[in-house]
Design a protein around this ligand. Sequence first.
Ligand code: SAH
Ligand code: SF4
Length: 432
Amino acid sequence: MNAQLITLGCQMNEYDSHIVSSQLVALGIDLVDYPEAADLVLINSCAVRGKPVERVRSLLGRLREMRASRPLLIGLLGCLAQLEEGQRIAKEFAVDFLLGPGALLDLGSALEAGQPFRSLRFQSELDTHIPPPPQGKLQAYLTIMRGCDHHCTYCVVPTTRGKQVSRPLDSILRELDSLLEAGILEVTLLGQNVNSYGLDQGKRVEGTPSFAELLRTVGRSGVRRIKFTTSHPMNFTEDVVLAMRDTPAVCDLIHLPVQSGSDAVLRRMGREYTRERYLEHVALIRRHLQGAALTTDLIVGFPGETEQDFADTLSLYEEVGYDAAYTFLYSARPGTPSQRHFQDLPKEVKVERLKALVEVQKRWALRRNTAYVGREIEVLLRGEAQEPGYLEGHSRAHHPVLVQRSEAVSGPGLYRVRVGHATPHLLFAQAG
Ligand code: SAH
Ligand code: SF4
């Protein structure tokens, strides 16, 4: 049997897809890159905005056409599968089985079922499940917690991924060991809110350290680079910044999603911090981690966002001067409080504002990236870039970097290189 696994969405889905693909391999199923060559197509879906949901619909439409002329098994996995919206879509396109993001280990049962199958439970086995390490890679994701205890009014994640569950420390460390044995040099610790690792529903889980202690422990493992995402500003604490400062393997990079610069909007979003509090975190980071890269997520056009609210977002951006930002148009997701209670803004208003924000973002990214020109940085190269004569990889601050191939830099690995040129999205570098 051949299977194609399509992964949409965030890094956590990438990690989950690795669990799925290793189960497929264990079941003796071969992975292929095209649906034409597959007997089974699995879509690991994202539901955080309307766009990835549209993407699933169009993929399922194509698969339905293929299925008219030959047998094809289709599974919808991940966040969309967990929602009523996904279940309706699955029915419309006659999907064979649904597995929510907490039920991925039921894949074997789904394939055995031989009839429509659905598992939407949150399996505790996932917390101690250690997938085999990825082969031939130098970078890996490591999920340290699942779910989310926050209730941002626009967000489906607490519904799709359930309450926060921190993985036991020994599972995390055993997985880390297996990654290191397989040659992994960079590990990214994943959670919706890594700062509250070990504090599930506000209570310390026995035997789990704080996130700051976890960083220090992972730092002693011998892994060369540690990154982590995401930090919710509400739970961001000084001990994390100090652990970063004291642990050389932890990269000087913080992704601290602000979402909006306006207190009124933050309140309606249910974000649980103010602009002022957020800026205090930024000041703390700047004080202890000089030169650290700071990135964020921003939602433009949240219901009721006025011109002044949006101006506050722009002024916050200027005040912080982010290295990079993921900017999103607000998307009203079915069943979320903001969709039920607030009126969506006209699309043109949202698009206009997004354009203005992207301009500011590009200007800052160019300014921040240009500051690296002439400097030596460490880059983790993955392999050949599309551009002939270049290898591609990432810096410690997570910039995409293209490095000119040379005798000194000829394949995947960690290198010190000198930045020669910068754009808002890329650093160009060469050996020495
Ligand atoms: N737990 C993480 C983010 C998870 S979702 C955090 O709180 O930072 C990733 C990003 O998607 C969010 O930070 C937010 O900017 C965006 N997002 C989530 N729901 C959205 C929606 N309904 N519309 C637009 N953007 C959304
Ligand atoms: Fe969604 Fe908020 Fe949880 Fe992030 S913290 S996953 S935005 S509810």
